[in-house]
Design a protein around this ligand. Structure first.
Ligand SMILES: [Mg+2]
Length: 238
Protein backbone atom coordinates (compact mmCIF):
# COMPACT_ATOMS: atom_id res chain seq x y z
CA UNK A 1 0.00 0.00 0.00
CA UNK A 2 1.22 3.49 -0.86
CA UNK A 3 2.41 5.49 2.15
CA UNK A 4 0.19 8.43 3.05
CA UNK A 5 1.40 11.90 2.12
CA UNK A 6 3.22 13.83 4.79
CA UNK A 7 0.91 16.31 6.52
CA UNK A 8 2.06 19.88 5.89
CA UNK A 9 -1.01 21.90 6.84
CA UNK A 10 -3.52 21.69 9.69
CA UNK A 11 -6.84 23.48 9.25
CA UNK A 12 -9.14 24.06 12.20
CA UNK A 13 -12.81 24.59 12.63
CA UNK A 14 -13.16 27.18 15.44
CA UNK A 15 -16.39 27.00 17.46
CA UNK A 16 -16.39 23.94 19.74
CA UNK A 17 -13.04 22.90 18.29
CA UNK A 18 -10.67 25.51 19.76
CA UNK A 19 -13.14 26.85 22.32
CA UNK A 20 -16.59 26.26 23.75
CA UNK A 21 -18.80 28.70 21.84
CA UNK A 22 -21.89 28.67 24.08
CA UNK A 23 -20.70 31.11 26.80
CA UNK A 24 -19.60 33.69 24.21
CA UNK A 25 -22.88 33.36 22.29
CA UNK A 26 -24.95 33.80 25.45
CA UNK A 27 -22.98 36.89 26.46
CA UNK A 28 -23.31 38.27 22.93
CA UNK A 29 -27.11 37.74 22.81
CA UNK A 30 -27.38 39.39 26.24
CA UNK A 31 -25.33 42.41 25.19
CA UNK A 32 -27.41 42.84 22.03
CA UNK A 33 -30.67 42.58 23.98
CA UNK A 34 -29.44 45.07 26.56
CA UNK A 35 -28.46 47.53 23.85
CA UNK A 36 -31.95 47.34 22.34
CA UNK A 37 -33.67 47.68 25.73
CA UNK A 38 -31.61 50.79 26.46
CA UNK A 39 -31.58 52.42 23.04
CA UNK A 40 -34.65 51.13 21.18
CA UNK A 41 -37.28 50.61 23.86
CA UNK A 42 -40.27 48.59 22.70
CA UNK A 43 -38.25 46.47 20.24
CA UNK A 44 -37.72 43.36 22.37
CA UNK A 45 -40.08 43.68 25.31
CA UNK A 46 -43.09 42.13 23.61
CA UNK A 47 -41.42 38.95 22.43
CA UNK A 48 -41.41 35.73 24.40
CA UNK A 49 -38.77 33.23 23.33
CA UNK A 50 -41.09 31.40 20.90
CA UNK A 51 -42.42 34.56 19.28
CA UNK A 52 -38.88 35.82 18.69
CA UNK A 53 -37.97 32.48 17.17
CA UNK A 54 -40.94 32.72 14.77
CA UNK A 55 -39.87 36.25 13.81
CA UNK A 56 -36.32 35.00 13.13
CA UNK A 57 -37.61 32.16 10.98
CA UNK A 58 -39.70 34.55 8.93
CA UNK A 59 -36.61 36.70 8.26
CA UNK A 60 -34.64 33.59 7.20
CA UNK A 61 -37.47 32.51 4.88
CA UNK A 62 -37.72 35.90 3.21
CA UNK A 63 -33.93 36.27 2.73
CA UNK A 64 -32.69 32.87 1.54
CA UNK A 65 -29.73 34.55 -0.20
CA UNK A 66 -28.38 35.44 3.27
CA UNK A 67 -28.26 31.80 4.46
CA UNK A 68 -24.45 31.75 4.44
CA UNK A 69 -24.11 35.40 5.49
CA UNK A 70 -24.86 35.09 9.17
CA UNK A 71 -23.73 38.59 10.09
CA UNK A 72 -25.90 40.22 7.41
CA UNK A 73 -28.79 37.98 8.41
CA UNK A 74 -28.54 39.08 12.04
CA UNK A 75 -28.37 42.75 11.00
CA UNK A 76 -31.49 42.22 8.86
CA UNK A 77 -33.28 40.64 11.83
CA UNK A 78 -32.32 43.55 14.10
CA UNK A 79 -33.48 46.01 11.43
CA UNK A 80 -36.86 44.34 10.97
CA UNK A 81 -37.46 44.01 14.71
CA UNK A 82 -37.10 47.76 15.07
CA UNK A 83 -39.28 48.48 12.03
CA UNK A 84 -41.97 46.23 13.51
CA UNK A 85 -41.73 48.22 16.74
CA UNK A 86 -42.44 51.43 14.82
CA UNK A 87 -38.97 52.93 14.41
CA UNK A 88 -38.20 54.84 11.24
CA UNK A 89 -36.11 53.12 8.61
CA UNK A 90 -32.92 55.15 9.11
CA UNK A 91 -33.16 54.79 12.88
CA UNK A 92 -33.73 51.05 12.53
CA UNK A 93 -30.81 50.74 10.10
CA UNK A 94 -28.49 52.61 12.46
CA UNK A 95 -29.76 50.68 15.49
CA UNK A 96 -29.20 47.35 13.73
CA UNK A 97 -25.56 48.22 13.05
CA UNK A 98 -25.00 49.41 16.62
CA UNK A 99 -26.68 46.39 18.26
CA UNK A 100 -24.70 44.08 15.97
CA UNK A 101 -21.46 45.78 16.97
CA UNK A 102 -22.04 45.06 20.67
CA UNK A 103 -23.08 41.50 19.77
CA UNK A 104 -19.90 40.91 17.77
CA UNK A 105 -17.64 42.30 20.45
CA UNK A 106 -18.84 39.65 22.90
CA UNK A 107 -19.00 36.98 20.19
CA UNK A 108 -15.27 37.52 19.64
CA UNK A 109 -14.48 37.33 23.35
CA UNK A 110 -14.08 33.55 23.29
CA UNK A 111 -12.07 31.64 25.86
CA UNK A 112 -9.76 29.12 24.23
CA UNK A 113 -9.65 25.61 25.68
CA UNK A 114 -7.00 25.57 28.38
CA UNK A 115 -4.55 23.46 26.40
CA UNK A 116 -5.16 25.21 23.05
CA UNK A 117 -2.38 27.82 23.04
CA UNK A 118 0.35 25.37 24.04
CA UNK A 119 -0.77 22.86 21.39
CA UNK A 120 -1.06 25.51 18.65
CA UNK A 121 2.38 26.88 19.46
CA UNK A 122 3.86 23.42 19.20
CA UNK A 123 2.01 22.62 15.93
CA UNK A 124 2.90 25.99 14.37
CA UNK A 125 6.58 25.01 14.54
CA UNK A 126 5.99 22.05 12.20
CA UNK A 127 2.88 22.86 10.16
CA UNK A 128 1.10 25.72 8.43
CA UNK A 129 -2.09 26.43 10.39
CA UNK A 130 -5.38 27.71 8.97
CA UNK A 131 -8.90 28.40 10.25
CA UNK A 132 -12.12 27.51 8.39
CA UNK A 133 -15.31 28.60 10.11
CA UNK A 134 -19.01 28.74 9.30
CA UNK A 135 -19.46 31.14 12.25
CA UNK A 136 -18.53 34.79 12.63
CA UNK A 137 -15.65 34.18 15.01
CA UNK A 138 -12.31 35.77 14.20
CA UNK A 139 -9.20 33.80 15.11
CA UNK A 140 -7.16 37.00 14.72
CA UNK A 141 -9.05 38.54 17.64
CA UNK A 142 -7.91 35.75 19.99
CA UNK A 143 -4.61 34.98 21.72
CA UNK A 144 -4.03 32.28 19.09
CA UNK A 145 -3.75 34.85 16.28
CA UNK A 146 0.03 34.62 15.92
CA UNK A 147 -0.06 30.90 15.11
CA UNK A 148 -2.40 31.16 12.10
CA UNK A 149 -1.24 31.66 8.53
CA UNK A 150 -4.72 32.05 7.06
CA UNK A 151 -8.40 32.10 7.98
CA UNK A 152 -11.54 31.83 5.86
CA UNK A 153 -15.11 32.60 6.93
CA UNK A 154 -18.15 31.15 5.19
CA UNK A 155 -19.51 34.66 4.78
CA UNK A 156 -16.43 35.71 2.79
CA UNK A 157 -16.43 32.59 0.65
CA UNK A 158 -20.21 32.73 0.11
CA UNK A 159 -21.03 29.18 1.15
CA UNK A 160 -20.65 27.16 4.37
CA UNK A 161 -18.94 23.83 5.05
CA UNK A 162 -19.54 21.01 4.09
CA UNK A 163 -19.55 22.61 0.62
CA UNK A 164 -16.06 22.22 -0.90
CA UNK A 165 -15.47 25.95 -1.46
CA UNK A 166 -13.79 26.78 1.85
CA UNK A 167 -11.65 23.65 1.69
CA UNK A 168 -10.64 24.55 -1.86
CA UNK A 169 -9.75 28.06 -0.70
CA UNK A 170 -7.46 26.53 1.94
CA UNK A 171 -5.81 24.23 -0.63
CA UNK A 172 -5.20 27.12 -2.96
CA UNK A 173 -3.82 29.38 -0.23
CA UNK A 174 -1.54 26.68 1.19
CA UNK A 175 -0.47 25.40 -2.24
CA UNK A 176 -0.50 21.74 -1.20
CA UNK A 177 -2.27 18.52 -2.21
CA UNK A 178 -5.50 17.56 -0.38
CA UNK A 179 -3.75 14.59 1.24
CA UNK A 180 -1.20 16.96 2.79
CA UNK A 181 -3.86 18.75 4.84
CA UNK A 182 -5.55 17.42 7.94
CA UNK A 183 -8.75 19.21 8.96
CA UNK A 184 -9.74 19.19 12.64
CA UNK A 185 -13.35 19.87 13.60
CA UNK A 186 -16.24 18.94 15.88
CA UNK A 187 -19.02 18.64 13.31
CA UNK A 188 -19.27 15.20 11.65
CA UNK A 189 -21.00 16.56 8.56
CA UNK A 190 -19.54 20.05 8.08
CA UNK A 191 -15.98 19.21 9.08
CA UNK A 192 -15.36 15.50 8.68
CA UNK A 193 -17.53 14.59 5.68
CA UNK A 194 -16.82 17.97 4.03
CA UNK A 195 -13.03 17.74 4.31
CA UNK A 196 -12.96 14.07 3.33
CA UNK A 197 -14.98 14.80 0.20
CA UNK A 198 -12.15 16.98 -1.14
CA UNK A 199 -9.51 14.38 -0.20
CA UNK A 200 -8.21 15.86 3.05
CA UNK A 201 -7.34 13.82 6.09
CA UNK A 202 -9.63 14.37 9.08
CA UNK A 203 -9.59 14.46 12.87
CA UNK A 204 -12.83 14.57 14.84
CA UNK A 205 -12.58 16.81 17.91
CA UNK A 206 -15.16 15.28 20.20
CA UNK A 207 -14.83 17.33 23.40
CA UNK A 208 -18.40 16.54 24.43
CA UNK A 209 -17.97 12.77 24.21
CA UNK A 210 -20.77 12.45 21.64
CA UNK A 211 -21.35 9.18 19.85
CA UNK A 212 -20.46 9.08 16.16
CA UNK A 213 -23.69 9.66 14.20
CA UNK A 214 -22.93 7.08 11.51
CA UNK A 215 -21.23 7.12 8.15
CA UNK A 216 -17.51 6.91 7.51
CA UNK A 217 -15.50 7.93 10.56
CA UNK A 218 -12.67 10.44 10.70
CA UNK A 219 -9.07 9.22 10.35
CA UNK A 220 -8.56 9.96 14.05
CA UNK A 221 -10.69 11.03 17.01
CA UNK A 222 -9.61 13.12 19.98
CA UNK A 223 -11.51 14.47 22.98
CA UNK A 224 -8.88 17.01 24.02
CA UNK A 225 -6.55 19.16 21.91
CA UNK A 226 -3.59 17.85 23.91
CA UNK A 227 -4.02 14.61 21.92
CA UNK A 228 -3.74 16.40 18.59
CA UNK A 229 0.04 16.42 17.85
CA UNK A 230 0.22 12.67 18.40
CA UNK A 231 -2.95 12.09 16.34
CA UNK A 232 -1.50 14.04 13.42
CA UNK A 233 1.86 12.25 13.46
CA UNK A 234 0.12 8.88 13.68
CA UNK A 235 -1.69 9.60 10.39
CA UNK A 236 1.60 9.98 8.54
CA UNK A 237 3.30 7.11 10.38
CA UNK A 238 0.57 4.56 9.80
MG1 LIG B 1 -17.56 23.78 15.21
Amino acid sequence: MQAPLKIKVVTFDLDNTLWDVEPALLRAEDAQRQWLLNNRPGTMENYEHDALWEFKKSVWRRHPHLTHQISKLRIQLLFELQLAAGYAEDQARQGAEAAFTVFLEQRHAVVLYEEALGVLECLAADYTLGALTNGNADIYKTDAAEYFDFAFLAEEIGVSKPAPDMFHAALERAGVLPGEIVHVGDNPEHDIAGARAVGMRTIWMNARAASWPGGERADREICNLAQLPQAISSITDQ
